[in-house]
Design a protein around this ligand. Structure first.
Ligand SMILES: NC(=O)c1ccc[n+]([C@@H]2O[C@H](COP(=O)([O-])OP(=O)(O)OC[C@H]3O[C@@H](n4cnc5c(N)ncnc54)[C@H](OP(=O)(O)O)[C@@H]3O)[C@@H](O)[C@H]2O)c1
Ligand SMILES: *[C@@H]1O[C@H](CO)[C@@H](O)[C@H](O)[C@H]1NC(C)=O
Length: 290
């Protein structure tokens, strides 16, 4: 019985993957659309901005570092963005989150895509030492500010029948040691946005929510934080951004990247959690962590 179920879900997974990968994305859907990308001064957010830029979107970028944002905005223009602005904001402050949405209203006159991507944290990777201030800060930056941005942008997104793209992680679906506040914030995002998606659907509100479940991606910060602590190959951030944007524009409920490194774990999680844990434990280089 179990074997049949495994085979059946593998088949369904494969067909869904095949179906999704066949759908093509035309830049015309995105040209002239208004896009806010948070955490776009570097990493995956920067690459997501470039993807939208190539398709001719109007971009509003935000993060804390002014100079980096300026450079990314300039490159967006070179790549074909209809316009590219930036606003400096610290998402540890929820009033700043409201101000960023005000900026979108004033400068873009509305919003079609809200891409929630920024992530803050100590950059530490190790055993949890019970630092409550760190939990509060991480939950504020990685979760509460996402909710604030979403609430403030809701009217504009409903008006445009727009889309929210939420960057989550395998650590939002499967327990992960050595970065507990981060893991908690990603689980919180999954709960909030998948429930919001249901509510919007039941209210017949045409607003799509795409959750991106990402594996290990080769951004400078990820390589620096876990590069010598886990045995895993990082996937390219450029391809990651392409897959995320594609899924968001096609209004898919979720995108898993890299698909084949993550999907089997997600399937195993419910059926054979102990086996999964034993398997995942092998990825950590404990002598470099503890
Ligand atoms: N890389 C991976 O392996 C991986 C795996 C799974 C999921 N993800 C997810 O992918 C997303 C992007 O990750 P990444 O690797 O690209 O990270 P990153 O390179 O460290 O970029 C993080 C972005 O967030 C901004 N940021 C940090 N703290 C902020 C704050 N307090 N207020 C406003 N902005 C802030 C940073 O800009 P400033 O410093 O200029 O503020 C930067 O633009 C995150 O949601 C992450 O959880 C990444
Ligand atoms: C929902 O919005 C999208 C994008 O604006 C549009 O293409 C689609 O036709 C809409 N669907 C419905 C049922 O109105």
């Amino acid at each position: 019985m179990a074997a049949i179920r495994v085979l059946l879900s593998l088949f369904v997974g494969l067909s869904a993957y095949y179906f999704y990968s066949q759908e093509t994305l035309s830049a015309d859907i995105v040209r002239g659309k208004r896009v806010l990308v948070t955490g776009s001064s570097t990493g995956i957010g920067e690459q997501i901005a470039y993807e939208f830029a190539r398709m001719g979107a109007h971009l509003l970028l935000t993060a804390r570092r002014d100079q980096q944002l300026k450079e990314v905005a300039q490159k967006c223009l070179e790549l074909g963005a209809s316009s590219a602005r930036h606003v400096v904001a610290d998402m540890n402050n929820l009033v700043s989150a409201q101000n960023v949405i005000e900026e979108a209203r004033n400068k873009l006159g509305g919003l079609d895509y809200l891409v929630l991507n920024h992530v803050g944290g100590s950059g530490l990777f190790g055993a949890f030492r019970g630092d409550m201030a760190e939990v509060t800060r991480t939950m504020t930056v990685n979760f509460l500010s996402y909710v604030q941005l979403t609430l403030s942008a809701m009217t504009m997104l409903k008006e445009s029948q727009g889309s929210i793209i939420v960057i989550s992680s395998m650590s939002g679906r499967i327990a992960a040691p050595f970065n507990l506040p981060y893991c908690a914030s990603k689980f919180a995002l999954e709960g909030f946005y998948s429930s919001l998606r249901r509510e919007l659907h039941l209210q017949q509100t045409n607003l799509s929510i795409t959750v991106a479940v990402l594996g290990y991606i080769d951004t400078d910060s990820a390589l620096k934080i876990v590069g010598d602590k886990i045995i895993m190959k990082a996937s390219p951030k450029e391809e990651c951004a392409r897959e995320v944007v594609r899924a968001g524009v096609l209004r898919h409920r979720e995108v898993i990247y890299p698909y084949w490194s993550i999907k089997p774990f997600l399937l195993l999680k419910e059926w054979m959690p102990t086996l999964l844990e034993r398997f995942l434990d092998k990825y950590f280089i404990l002598e470099n962590i503890l």
